[in-house]
Structure formats: structure tokens, C-alpha cells
Design a protein around this ligand. Structure first.
Ligand code: SF4
Length: 363
């Protein structure tokens, strides 16, 4: 069990509330050209279907900013406009009904430009994520050169100092609809800076390890970085960044949240790694079980159903007995356990169907 959740303000992103009074929200980002409305809507619909709660799109020019209005008519989730370099694009995205703006002060740092964005956002009550990246750090303090290297401690301090300066600047414009992210591709740096900032402000924090990498590497880095912070009670919305289909990002995010017991999206599936004793295709059975629960919505932290699928009779009966429902397989058959008791012997080919029936899963 992790620590108590860090207390934050609540920020409303197009009807989805972010902050400590609400579940840690799952975000992803489309990988289509935002100007291609048809393809972008199709990808967002896929993301909605698998449980993504907020979607971000890249806005690299005015046409992309204008496409937001058309995209929004066809989707249900709130849409965030990701803006770099040109503050006009932020204004255009706000005009075209973006539910939130993400700006990177590393490339939009001119105070006058920021004031214009803040003014427009305030008028339409659009929140802004101040999304700092360690690779493009531009301190609002001329004494600290951009992308300042140096010792780890000093780099962290520079990161935090820069974030606080931007926060103060936004507050000075009487703007408090802020979410902060401090991403780095280094897991230790990410964890360290978020921990430091967490005690210095009460804005919701968007967690992520930036450019985490391809499927396996990215999941490991994100699980450690995001997971460590969530266990500290830090983090209000997460994005797992993978060089992969964004649906995989959402599935990974759900698994991270479930592993640290922050949210639950279906049963915990316990499966043995298999070995020379295994006499069934446990990979196929586990994959079929996982896919049956793939799109499961939040079931709340209290629901903790365990399903065990074990390859043989060595550890099989023990694990199967400890889970709510389990199967210990033999050759061509399996013993089905429910709440510690054998309830019947089943054919291997019926295993998934029987397990799903036992936990009352409706496809
Ligand atoms: S439960 Fe059986 S098949 Fe699975 S790893 Fe253990 S000994 Fe091997």
C-alpha cells in the first residue's frame, strides 16, 4: 500500500477533473497528423474504447489547430492541444475549443507571448499544462543558461527553480488553472524532480518519463518512474510514452495503476512462467484472459479479484487455491478452484470460458 495521496487543487479539463479528489487520469497522445481529421478521430475512438480519459494531439501549424474543432465534434474525451514554438498556435487552439493547452516553456518563454496565451485561456476557462522537459529547459532567469548541465543535484535544482518561476509568473497573471509536468528520459531524474516539486506547490502533477523508448524498454522505464511516484502518493494524471500504438500506452498505464493499487481495471491475473512440466499452451490461455478484460473500466480499488492460471500440479494447486478463482492444469484437463475449493475438473479447451463464468465476466 502506497503513501497518502498528495493534496492538490482540482483542475477541470473539459469535464474530466484532475487532482487528488479524483482518480489518477489516464492520458495518451495520437500519432496521426492532426490535420487528417478522419485518421485522428479514428485513433481517438480506439483510445476511448480502451479506457483513455484524456487525449492530446500535436498542433504543429494553424491547420492542425483548426482541425481541433472538427475532431471535437466526433469524440467524447477531452482534447489537449500540444503546442511548441509558436504562441499563435496556442491562441488558435483555444479559439478552436481545445479543452487544455500544453505548452513547453522551453520553446515559448517570452513573457509577452505567455501573457497572451494566459489571457485567452482565462477567458475560455481552459487549463494550461506547463510541460517542462529536461532536454529543452529554458530558465526564466538569465543567470541560468538553457539546458544547464552540471552535477545531478544542480541540474535538479535548476529544473525546479525554472518550474517555480513559471508557476509564479502564471500566478502573477492571476491564473491558477495549471497542471505541471517535469519530464526527463532519465528515470532517477524524473522521480527526483517530481518528489522535490510535489512539496513546493499544490497543482496537480502530470507524470511521465519522456521518450521512454520502444515497447519493453518504455514500459519498464515508465513503470519504475511513474510507479515510484504513485507509491509516494504523487501524480494526478499519467501518460506512458511508448514508440508503439497509443492503445498500448493506455493498457500499460492501466497496468501500472493497478500494480501500485491506485486503480483497478479488472482482476489480477496470476500466471506461472511455465517450464518443462507445463502441458498446456499457457501463453495462449493467459493472453485470452487478458484480452477479455482489456477494455474494462475502473472498478474501484476495493474490488480485488485474483485469477490464477498455473501450468501444472507443482505450485498450481497452491496458487489456484489462494486466488479467488484458479486452474491448475494437467494433461488435457484442469482442476478449477473457487475460494480455495476444487469445484470441478474441466477440459483445457474450456478453461478461459469457465474462468470468465466463475468471475461473472460478461463480454
Ligand atoms: S506451476 Fe508447474 S509449469 Fe508452472 S512454472 Fe511451476 S512447475 Fe513449471
Amino acid at each position: 500500500m502506497g503513501k497518502m495521496r498528495r493534496k492538490t487543487r482540482t483542475i477541470n479539463v473539459g469535464g474530466v477533473k484532475i487532482g487528488s479528489h479524483f482518480p489518477v487520469r489516464i492520458q495518451s497522445m495520437t500519432k496521426t497528423d492532426t490535420r487528417d481529421v478522419r485518421k485522428t478521430v479514428a485513433q481517438i475512438k480506439e483510445l476511448e474504447k480502451c479506457g483513455c480519459e484524456i487525449v492530446r494531439v500535436a498542433v504543429k501549424d494553424k491547420l492542425a489547430a483548426r482541425a481541433i474543432k472538427k475532431i471535437k465534434r466526433k469524440i467524447r474525451v477531452p482534447l489537449v492541444a500540444d503546442i511548441h514554438f509558436d504562441f499563435h498556435l496556442a491562441l488558435e487552439a483555444i479559439k478552436n475549443n481545445a479543452d487544455k493547452i500544453r505548452i513547453n516553456p522551453g520553446n515559448i518563454s517570452n513573457p509577452e507571448h505567455l501573457k497572451e496565451i494566459i489571457g485567452a485561456a482565462k477567458k475560455k476557462r481552459v487549463p494550461i499544462r506547463i510541460g517542462l522537459n529536461s532536454g529543452s529547459l529554458v530558465p526564466m532567469d538569465e543567470s541560468l543558461p538553457a539546458g544547464q548541465a552540471g552535477t545531478k543535484g544542480r541540474k535538479d535544482d535548476s529544473f525546479i527553480k525554472t518550474a517555480l518561476k513559471y508557476i509564479k509568473f502564471f500566478e502573477k497573471q492571476d491564473f491558477h488553472d495549471i497542471i505541471i509536468s517535469l519530464k526527463s528520459s532519465s528515470v532517477p531524474e524524473t522521480v527526483s524532480v517530481y518528489r522535490k516539486l510535489a512539496v513546493l506547490c499544490d497543482y496537480p502533477l502530470h507524470l511521465g518519463v519522456t521518450a521512454a523508448g520502444s515497447y519493453n524498454t518504455g514500459i519498464v522505464k515508465s513503470a519504475i518512474g511513474i510507479g515510484a511516484l504513485l507509491l509516494d502518493g504523487i501524480g494526478d494524471t499519467i501518460r506512458v510514452s511508448l514508440t508503439e500504438d497509443p492503445v498500448e500506452e493506455v493498457i500499460a498505464a492501466k497496468r501500472i495503476l493497478q500494480a501500485v493499487d491506485v486503480r483497478r481495471f479488472g482482476p489480477e491475473i496470476i500466471s506461472c512462467p511455465t517450464c518443462g512440466r507445463c502441458q498446456v499452451d499457457l501463453l495462449r490461455i493467459t493472453a485470452a484472459l487478458e484480452s477479455a478484460f482489456r477494455g474494462t473500466r475502473d472498478e474501484g480499488r476495493g474490488t480485488n479479484v485474483k485469477i490464477a492460471v498455473m501450468g501444472c500440479e507443482v505450485n498450481g494447486p497452491g496458487e489456484a487455491r489462494e486466488a479467488d478463482v484458479g486452474i491448475a492444469f494437467g494433461k488435457g484437463f484442469g482442476m478449477l478452484f473457487k475460494k480455495g475449493k476444487i469445484i470441478k475438473k474441466i477440459k483445457t479447451r474450456n478453461a478461459v470460458k469457465e474462468l470468465l463464468k466463475c468471475v461473472g465476466h460478461k463480454p
